[in-house]
Design a protein around this ligand. Sequence first.
Ligand SMILES: C[S@@+](CC[C@H](N)C(=O)[O-])C[C@H]1O[C@@H](n2cnc3c(N)ncnc32)[C@H](O)[C@@H]1O
Length: 275
Amino acid sequence: MEKTKILTDSELQKIAYFLQKDSGISLDEQKLQRFRGKIDEIVKKYSHDDFHSFYHRLRFLNDQHIKQDLINAITVNETYFWRESEQFFILCDEILPKIIGKKNMPKVRILVSPSSSGEELYSIMLAILNTKGLLEKAYIELVGIDIDSMMIAKAKKGLYDKRSVSKLPQNLLEKYFVQEGNSYKIDETLKQSATFLQKNIFDLSLEKELGKFDIIFSRNMLIYFNLEDKKRCYEQFERLLKEDGYLFLGHADSNNIDKSKFKPILTHSYVFQKS
Ligand SMILES: C[S@@+](CC[C@H](N)C(=O)[O-])C[C@H]1O[C@@H](n2cnc3c(N)ncnc32)[C@H](O)[C@@H]1O
């Protein structure tokens, strides 16, 4: 039986507009209808079906619990270990050696934004660990951020299902994971060397809070943003990257990038350097 709708279409649109301005996540009509049930549940939970009091709490009282529940409901968190792994080899074989150069133990800072539930950041860590000579020459710090608090909690836990690790080379799975029933737990020391934080990429205090980075990985997030928010996001990357820093994008993310600000460094690699 079809559930009764709590929100009218225009009320739903109002929430979608608010969320898009805040997070950049654009919900077209089709997506909005797909998430309708979840949003209805959240309205019910906080305001017993009363849209006006709900919207007031969200929009004017800036209720962070409501906002976080809504954000968690609309994000698309699809990710897995070793996704688009060619870029990890470019990172380890070309970019990191270039940054490290002849310096004595420099600190290299990598931001993974969005990290979702951690698979991408841990994959980068595994690629670095398995490239001879990198960790002897530099201290590498990895920070992952995502707007979805549930994904950050999962990343910190480091417990994954079979589907998540299915593309990971077998030797890495055996070396760095412990099987617990049907799940795979990442090595404790790797977990402790990663930092995961719940943050919105559009937050203008990020530079002050996190400092600047040598490298940013931002894969499979910009595809969900409209043109204006993509631009806002690139401006944020410019702020967060050090001079000559590198930006790794997913293959579907890079259209509309301003090539006078980020120059492509390798054909078809979706790796850019701040200029
Ligand atoms: C499809 S996942 C991509 C994960 C990973 N980078 C990968 O390529 O496998 C997209 C992630 O972007 C996050 N996201 C969406 N808008 C965001 C924002 N404004 N700030 C930070 N993270 C955001 C979502 O929560 C979601 O986990």
